[in-house]
Design a protein. Structure first.
Length: 512
């Protein structure tokens, strides 16, 4: 099994995906353990002094003015975890929790948090054992980190509360730890706070969203090409010289993908035949521009994520010169903005895909296709209501595109008076990503039906490969009763799996 080795310099997006989704094992390098031990020595020295140090010998947040005596400090660290584990609502996905834990471990391994090596080693053991804390939907304001979600993870580290075992069974955390030979951690100075102060939840979801959207944008290029072919559109607008004079890299990549998919088609370029058109509608002609802008947005979001993946986010932090300083690096604004930006781009991509679908179904604009792509219009309604479903999803996407990061609600007696709402931005983006896959699935279903109603022998080889793969998966068929009850959930699974990309690439080679 693949093992991700954590050092002091951060991790990559591929590392996060391997641990969150691929069940990769985690190990701490010797350099990381040495750095963790060195920073702990600094904390132990400060703890022995009479002067109060925030997070070491004081309370937290608005209660930071109180000096805590040595005999109460272990209790303080234990209590902050218990009191902050105050999430509510349904449990979030296992992959989100694993990403959250791994990214907190990444910061512990940096040597800037002041925890003992045993704390980092125990968190790695939890991940390797497949023990997943139960983290609730609500509880993070995205400032002072994802406090409640991280607290529920820390509670499991202490052997308290319930957690999910590797087989998905929920049981007391103490029993799960004992079954895997893991000793619960008894927290000492600074350690409770170090486990809670991070942007790890929102960052993990950003990394996964970038990976998912990258595949969906490639899939959108394929469905747009299918729709262009089904509508007898022109591929001249995809010429590379047209995209060179407006040098957005995402636009050029999207146009290149569509060119590859349409290469060898006998259906494109007939806009001057039976029903002359000077040019195709925007939803066809501007597909590379819209998808390209989204691709560039993903590029920006990846840049933000990579910077955060290299960061050590905690408060206070142990600096290389031995100083322990308070800071505001836990504020989620950089991540929250990127999350919201992606939701806007995803909503727009879904919107243009729905317009192409509507055009395929309208006999007045589809250039010879039957109304609603029905087998016998009037006797059956074809894909009329499939487009309703798609339109409902697009409408929800627009609501989800409203940014969470422009909101702020004060907390902690006005000590934490401006928060990022980054966790909320991440949660709604996950829904938006899933909705986008469903929207593209409807377009794929409709476009596959439409191209089969044309002369199938004139399809491009890549289009033929995608339609054949869809048919084999039960997503597309020759018509008749199959389209009286379209299996859109099957189409959604086909898109989510990346199967359209795999099918196209058997002909085109790698797509961007």
């Amino acid at each position: 099994m693949h093992t991700v080795v954590l050092g002091t310099s951060g991790v990559t997006a591929e590392d996060v995906l391997a641990v969150a989704r691929g069940a990769a094992r985690v190990a701490l390098s010797e350099d990381a353990l040495t750095a963790v031990a060195a920073s702990r020595a600094v904390i132990d020295d400060l703890a022995a002094r009479p002067d109060p140090v925030y997070g070491v010998s004081t309370g937290f947040g608005a209660l930071a003015v109180r000096h805590i005596s040595p005999d109460l400090r272990a209790r303080l660290q234990r209590n902050i975890v218990r009191s902050h584990a105050a999430g509510m609502g349904p449990y979030v996905e296992r992959e989100v929790v694993r990403a959250l834990m791994f990214l907190r471990l990444k910061t512990l391994a940096s040597g800037h948090t002041g925890v003992r090596p045993v704390v980092a080693e125990t968190m790695a053991a939890l991940l390797n054992a497949g023990i997943t804390p139960l983290v609730h939907e609500y509880g993070s304001l995205g400032c002072s980190g994802d406090l409640a979600p991280l607290s529920h993870c820390a509670l499991t580290l202490m052997g308290e509360g319930d957690a999910e075992g590797p087989d998905g069974t929920v049981a007391p955390a103490a029993d799960l730890l004992a079954a895997h030979g893991i000793t619960p951690v008894a927290l000492r100075e600074k350690e409770g706070l170090a486990l809670l102060n991070g942007t790890d939840g929102m960052l993990g979801m950003l990394v996964m969203a970038c990976a998912d959207l990258t595949r969906l944008y490639t899939c959108a290029d394929i469905t747009a090409a299918l729709s262009l072919e089904a509508l007898l559109g022109t591929d001249k607008v995809l010429a590379p010289e047209l995209h060179t004079i407006r040098p957005h890299p995402g636009q050029a990549a999207a146009a290149a993908n569509m060119r590859k998919v349409l290469a060898g088609s006998g259906l494109t370029g007939h806009h001057q035949d039976d029903a002359p058109r000077v040019q195709d509608a925007y939803s066809i002609r501007c597909a590379p521009q819209v998808a390209g802008a989204g691709r560039d947005t993903i590029g920006h979001a990846r840049l933000v994520a990579d910077r955060e993946l290299a960061a050590a986010v905690d408060n206070p932090v142990v600096l290389p010169d031995g100083r322990v300083e308070s800071n505001g690096n836990f504020h989620g604004a950089p991540v929250a903005y990127a999350l919201d930006f992606l939701a806007v781009a995803a909503a727009d991509l879904g919107s243009i895909a729905e317009r192409r679908t509507d055009r395929l179904l309208d006999k007045n604009r589809s250039h010879g296709l039957p109304a609603f792509l029905a087998d016998d219009p009037g006797v059956d309604s074809g894909l009329m209501i499939a487009q309703y479903t798609q339109a409902a999803l697009v409408s929800e996407m627009k609501r989800l595109a409203a940014p969470a990061s422009v909101d702020s609600i004060p907390s902690s007696a006005m000590q934490e008076d401006h928060v990022s709402m980054g966790w909320s931005a991440a949660r709604k983006l996950r829904t938006a990503v899933d909705n986008l896959a469903r929207i593209l699935a409807v377009e794929l279903y409709a476009a596959a039906r439409a191209v089969e109603l044309r002369d199938g022998d004139r399809l491009s080889p890549a289009t033929r490969a995608v339609v054949d793969a869809a048919r084999a998966a039960g997503v597309a068929g020759p018509g008749g009763d199959r389209f009286l009850a379209p299996d859109l959930e099957r189409a959604y699974a086909f898109v989510r799996s990346g199967a359209p990309i795999t099918a196209a690439e058997t002909v085109t080679g790698p797509l961007d």
